[in-house]
Design a protein around this ligand. Structure first.
Ligand SMILES: *Cc1c(COP(=O)(O)O)cnc(C)c1O
Length: 353
């Protein structure tokens, strides 16, 4: 049995934080909403707004004018409803059970219906407003085109009829094929609004916009297509505190497995960030930080809770100072081979958000 202790109510200050630029987030939503032409931009906020935290992201997007939000799991509903109207929220996975359908009705959120079985389940539970996903080529979730004549779909009260693009970040004939199939589906099932484009799809032009677009990654600073680069701003900057400063002499090594040997005397800083926080080992010897405009390279292996960086050129830095990870998503993806989506959703629980 542990001893019963009374902890202070306030935690001591964190040594790891995510700097989230809410102005940039709003600016990105506005840019995507403009690029969506006559359509309105919504927002994919699944996976806790791609790791940024829905409780802060959703109100920021609402203040910019966003009023349609998408999560994947039923477990994600509660946090969004602390800050959003239930009518504005759709749950992409749909009702897998009668319990899911009952939960959707009680919460007042829209299930995205992905199959005839889910449609029946929703109607059996009492039905009401929902969205409908049509599969136009992903073969992942959604009602097949051949099933669209099924009478059960005619009974649904469909707000958004959606489909999802397979490879909108590429120039491939699949884009036009999926758009044509989605247009065709729109003639078969009554609905209020049509939606096809994710972030990259928005750049494909008006024919892909329908009434509602569903950007995710681009809101958070990802650049899914090169032509969007100049219009989107970086939103997320991981920052870590320096725990210790050391002097290393020429020939000494740094970190696990001694993969870095100092070529000369160096001043190095150990910071409170490691692969358990999503700063994976692929950044070993490659990552960069910065402080006051000075670049600070990662030395040797990233470990679970710690990383060592070279601060020789930043003599002003000392213990307790904060440094910022270079984490512009396009470049970070090129450096690591991770996708921009992974780079965001990896960032761990120990960051103060
Ligand atoms: C995740 C998701 C989006 C957002 O995609 P991005 O590529 O991040 O813009 C849109 N629609 C659906 C159905 C999704 O699952």
């Amino acid at each position: 049995m542990g001893r019963v202790v009374t902890l202070p109510t306030d935690l001591p200050p964190p040594a790891l934080r995510l700097d989230i630029d809410h102005d940039a987030l709003q600016s990105n939503w506005r840019a995507l909403n403009r690029m969506s032409g006559a359509a309105r931009a919504g927002a994919a906020v699944k996976a806790d707004a791609y790791g940024l935290g829905v409780r802060k992201v959703v109100p920021t997007l609402q203040a910019a004018g966003c009023d349609d939000f998408f999560v994947a799991h039923w477990a994600e509903v509660r946090a969004v409803l602390e800050v959003a109207r239930p009518e504005s929220l759709s749950v992409l996975h749909g009702p897998l059970s009668g319990a899911d359908a009952a939960y959707a009705r009680a919460a007042g959120v829209k299930p995205v219906i992905n199959s005839l079985e889910q449609a029946r389940r929703w109607i059996d539970a009492g039905g009401g407003r929902c969205d409908l996903m049509v599969d136009t080529g992903m073969n992942r979730l959604g009602v097949a085109l051949e099933e669209l004549g099924d009478p059960v779909l005619a009974v649904l009260e469909v707000d958004v009829l959606l489909s999802h693009l397979v490879a909108a970040e590429e120039d491939t004939p699949l884009n036009a094929l999926q758009r044509d199939r989605w247009e065709h589906a729109r003639t078969l099932v009554p609905h209020r609004r049509g939606s096809l484009a994710n972030s990259a799809g928005i750049a494909l032009g008006d024919a892909y916009h329908g009434d509602l677009t569903r950007p995710g990654i681009a809101l958070y600073g990802g650049v899914p297509r090169p032509e969007m680069a100049g219009r989107l701003r970086q939103v997320v900057r991981p920052q870590a505190a320096i725990l210790q400063v050391r002097h290393v002499t020429a020939g000494e090594t740094v970190g696990y497995n001694a993969t870095f040997t100092a070529p000369a005397a160096m001043r190095v800083a150990t910071i409170a960030l490691g692969y358990a926080d999503g700063y994976l080992r692929c950044w070993s010897g490659k990552g960069r930080f910065h402080a006051d405009g000075v670049e600070l390279p990662v030395l040797g292996r990233v470990s679970m809770d710690l990383t060592v960086v070279d601060i020789t050129n930043a003599p002003q830095l000392g213990e307790g100072d904060w440094i910022t990870v270079d984490y512009a998503l396009e470049q970070a993806a090129a450096t690591t081979g991770l996708s921009q989506y992974e780079l965001l959703t990896l960032l761990g629980r120990r960051f103060d958000r």
